[in-house]
Design a protein around this ligand. Structure first.
Ligand code: RTP
Ligand code: MG
Length: 139
């Protein structure tokens, strides 16, 4: 994946609370183009695999069980400087620290149920996008 792409998930809390449309609107209004998108529910095994990098962290078990608790929206997004600009659009990990107007400030309730995921590097954006999508599913 080129360095103008990032990967996101609308997490189970935001889906359950009816925020899919509003979040997608913020994403497109923020200048991101949707390259790939699907609506799915992760098994605990797949969620554990996706977050394997956090395996040793105290919050890993909770994170895996939360991310497999309900459906999510997974998407690849395109924009210049996508990784950094998308993390600005979503705000800090803990919504209590997220800047005014960011997606997490508006739609997240807690550090665990924090509405959205955003890749943290170009390398991880490519790995994470390829976890969900084949090349034929990217437009
Ligand atoms: P994400 O990967 O979801 O975009 O979030 P992030 O980069 O801002 O945060 P990261 O460090 O990658 O952590 C992944 C998710 O784990 C939960 N977390 N809980 N209790 C805690 O101290 C803690 N720290 C992280 C969050 O839900 C975070 O989004
Ligand atoms: Mg992260």
């Amino acid at each position: 994946m080129a360095n103008n792409r990032t990967f996101t998930m609308i997490k189970p809390d935001a889906v359950a609370n009816g925020h899919i449309g509003a979040i997608l609107n913020d994403i497109t209004a923020g200048g991101f183009k949707i390259v790939a998108m699907k609506y799915l529910k992760l098994t605990p095994e797949k969620a554990g695999e996706f977050y394997a990098v956090h395996k040793e962290r105290g919050f890993y078990g909770e994170l895996v069980s939360f991310m497999s608790s309900g459906p999510i929206v997974a998407a690849i997004l395109e924009k210049d400087n996508a990784v950094e600009d998308f993390r600005k659009l979503i705000g800090a990990t803990n919504p209590a620290d997220a800047a005014e107007g960011t997606i997490r400030q508006k739609y997240a309730k807690s550090i665990d149920a924090n509405a959205v995921h955003g890749s943290d590097s170009d390398e991880n954006a490519e790995i994470e996008g390829n976890f969900y999508f084949t090349d034929a599913e990217k437009f």
